[in-house]
Design a protein around this ligand. Structure first.
Ligand code: AMP
Length: 315
């Protein structure tokens, strides 16, 4: 039996299925979670399908979560999408289910779950969920809303089909999804738009960007600047790609100071592998897009030096 067949078998066995995704969700976390929920609800109307994980921050245009109390987990199948390791699962109650399934596209460095389907060749977890639907089309149904969510996930994780993770298959899946009835231009706008206060902060980011002659760059966003502009860490995602728009920049990090004084690092690259750096600093992710943590500015400096080294080696 293939892993896809095993997963479908488990889904059929359970009356209640609770779907989780990662903390600080992005469009792919919510798209894969919500897209799978839509497919399962439409295909098995007699089952209870719930979406758990708490706040979706500024992505309320995509989806809303269900309130899922602990009792609901008894005898339930829990499926987690787009989440590399168990500590990053949003909603710690996930562990109270009867069986756990992981579906993801991140490197499988810290496996979890009774069943696990990881495809690192997929642009996004939403693409994998579409593939699951596609493989069992005779038994599964995809709704317009499900297609909207999966499309959002693919657009989000490929940077609108710009990143190297965009394969001919990704475009084929996106094309198939566009056959469904949803407002794709509106969705693209909603994903790309940002509040004025965040747009203004992009001025600070570009003014204060530090660039090495190798092509490495970094931006440190102090708490004082976030507070001054009334911007939360969870609202800074739109600032990450900015440095990459500069022609000479090859790899970069956005380091956002947290209220506790430590830093959330968000690393991006046009070529050099940077998840090895993230892994050394309490993080992980994809080869060209990963996240980590730095306890203080000294660790930020160390991480920046490692980015410089990675770029030099690549050049
Ligand atoms: P971000 O910079 O938060 O958008 O994350 C980029 C990628 O790195 C995503 O695929 C995340 O799942 C992953 N990632 C971010 N932070 C961490 C972390 N602390 N540990 C492991 N993976 C992370």
């Amino acid at each position: 039996m293939t892993i896809q067949e095993e997963i479908l078998k488990k889904i059929k066995e359970y009356q209640k299925i609770i779907i989780h995704r990662h903390q600080s969700p992005d469009p792919d976390a919510l798209g894969s979670q919500g897209g799978l929920a839509e497919i399962l609800k439409a295909s098995f109307p007699e089952k209870t399908i719930l979406k758990a994980g708490g706040s979706v921050n500024d992505l309320g245009f995509l989806i809303h979560m269900d309130e899922v109390p602990k009792e609901e987990y008894e005898g339930a199948l829990v499926i987690v999408t787009d989440t590399a390791n168990a500590p990053r699962i949003s909603g710690e109650l996930y562990a109270n289910g009867e069986k756990l399934i992981k579906i993801d596209h991140h490197p499988d460095d810290e496996p979890y779950g009774d069943l696990s389907w990881v495809n690192t060749g997929a642009s996004s977890c939403s693409e994998i969920i579409y593939d699951f639907y596609d493989q069992f089309q005779s038994e599964l149904t995809l709704t317009d809303e499900g297609a909207r969510l999966l499309y959002a996930g693919i657009v989000g994780d490929t940077g609108r089909f710009m990143y190297p993770s965009t394969t001919p298959h990704t475009l084929q899946v996106a094309s198939n999804l566009r056959e469904y009835d949803f407002d794709a231009p509106l969705l693209n706008r909603q994903i790309a738009e940002m509040p004025l206060k965040v747009a203004k902060l992009s001025g600070y980011v570009l003014q204060n960007l530090e660039m090495d002659e190798s092509g490495a760059a970094r931006i440190v966003l102090p708490q004082s600047i976030l507070l001054e502009n009334d911007v939360l860490d969870s609202e800074t995602s739109a600032l990450i790609p900015l440095a990459g728009q500069i022609d000479n920049v090859v790899a970069w990090g956005l380091f956002v100071e947290q209220p506790e004084g430590n830093y959330r690092a968000r690393l991006r690259s046009k070529g050099p592998v940077i998840n090895t750096i993230a892994k050394k600093h309490n993080g992980g992710g994809h080869p060209l897009a990963s996240g980590a943590k730095a306890v203080d500015l000294t660790e930020v400096d160390a991480m920046y030096q490692e980015i410089i080294e990675a770029v030099k080696e690549y050049n």
